[in-house]
Design a protein around this ligand. Structure first.
Ligand SMILES: [Ca+2]
Ligand SMILES: [Ca+2]
Length: 163
């Protein structure tokens, strides 16, 4: 009887055109996935699940970190809203994220493909950043509470994001 009712509710939901939410994580363990993703942790802001991250154990260069995340089927963390920035700000200073201007100087691209518009006044970067100091700063770290462009060959802690 109960199963019949549940089936009817499910049918009504599908007919109603509402797609049930798809959960990629198991709330019971606070992880976002099983197996190789079991060390990724759900990140909340004010009780709302925002994103799924794994903070590095040891530092790498940008290229090493990007590769490390990609090999696992993830990416460097994309903090493209101020809410997501708040999650980044809870962590250690000098953390590499998924944002760079490697392709075109001054044009910062998030690793979800979106462009960070008007970077100097975006609200994401520190004052007087991005500076592209010595013409070689194309990667981005948290520095204080906002972002700074830095060289891509220096070792930094980093964060991978499961999407
Ligand atoms: Ca640059
Ligand atoms: Ca800089």
């Amino acid at each position: 009887m109960i199963l019949s009712i549940l089936f009817l509710i499910l049918c009504a939901t599908v007919v109603g055109g509402q797609t049930p939410p798809v959960y990629k994580f198991d709330p019971k363990y606070d992880t976002c996935g099983s197996g190789s993703f079991s060390d990724f942790r759900m990140q909340y802001l004010e009780g709302t699940y925002i994103m799924c991250l794994r903070w590095s154990d040891s530092p790498l260069t940008f290229f090493g970190a990007r590769n490390y995340c990609q090999i696992r089927g993830t990416r460097l963390g994309v903090f493209d809203t101020m809410d997501k920035m708040k999650i980044l700000q809870t962590r250690n200073n000098l953390t590499l994220i998924g944002l760079d201007d490697l392709k075109t100087e001054g044009k910062f691209i998030w690793h979800n493909g979106a462009e960070l518009n008007n970077a100097p006044n975006s609200g994401f970067f520190n004052e007087d950043e991005p500076s592209n100091s010595a013409g070689i700063e194309d990667c981005v770290v948290l520095h204080g509470s906002l972002l700074n462009d830095v060289t891509c060959t220096t070792l930094y802690d980093f964060v991978c994001e499961l999407v």
